[in-house]
Design a protein around this ligand. Structure first.
Ligand code: SF4
Length: 170
């Protein structure tokens, strides 16, 4: 299966989660947040298509990475393609973070045709940074997020609790 990316993967990022991280920039977003810093990621037919296996091989070759961060664009528009990649990342011992313009609640109460793929992807994530970017709530002082409405959600704890549980110590 192919995945549509907005840009080549970034390695050694220190701003998209803790430690050195590989960042996957997915193409396509329909949230249209005012003040979005990455409008070039919005067109669903933009960017470049690459094979999942190519992404996985790059993950395997990357050295000293603590985790994979899936960003965008809106990653959950390509949930089916990301499942195999997230599984491979976990097998490599990487922790998985993902940024989404959807809230935790929206992902669970969606009528999307790929609802089950979205939830399957969610189960492979350690930390979800959720919610649209809100310019009037933006601050450069926030850790790993752009605006104060966005939450750093401990996904595994949240799945057990049945509701969004914030990441402790973030
Ligand atoms: S979700 Fe992210 S990429 Fe999409 S419009 Fe909002 S800030 Fe931009």
């Amino acid at each position: 299966m192919k995945i549509r990316l907005a840009a080549p993967m970034t390695f050694d990022s220190i701003v998209d989660g803790p430690g050195l991280r590989t960042v996957l920039w997915t193409q396509g977003c329909l949230h249209h947040c005012k003040g979005c810093h990455n409008p070039q990621t919005h067109p669903l037919d933009g960017g470049i298509e690459v094979e999942q296996q190519e992404v996985i091989e790059q993950l395997q070759q990357a050295k000293l990475q603590r985790g994979l961060t899936i960003s965008g664009g809106e990653p959950f528009l390509q949930a089916a393609a990301l499942i195999t990649i997230a599984e491979a990342a976990r097998k490599l011992g990487l922790d998985v973070w993902a940024y989404t313009g959807f809230t935790w609640e929206q992902l669970h109460n969606s009528a999307a045709v790929d609802y089950y793929e979205r939830l399957k992807l969610l189960r492979l994530i350690d930390v979800l940074v959720d919610g649209r970017y809100m310019q009037h709530k933006a601050s450069v002082k926030l850790l790993f997020r752009g605006s104060a409405n966005q939450r750093l959600i401990d996904v595994q704890q949240s799945l057990q609790a049945g509701e969004a549980v914030l990441l402790q110590g973030a």
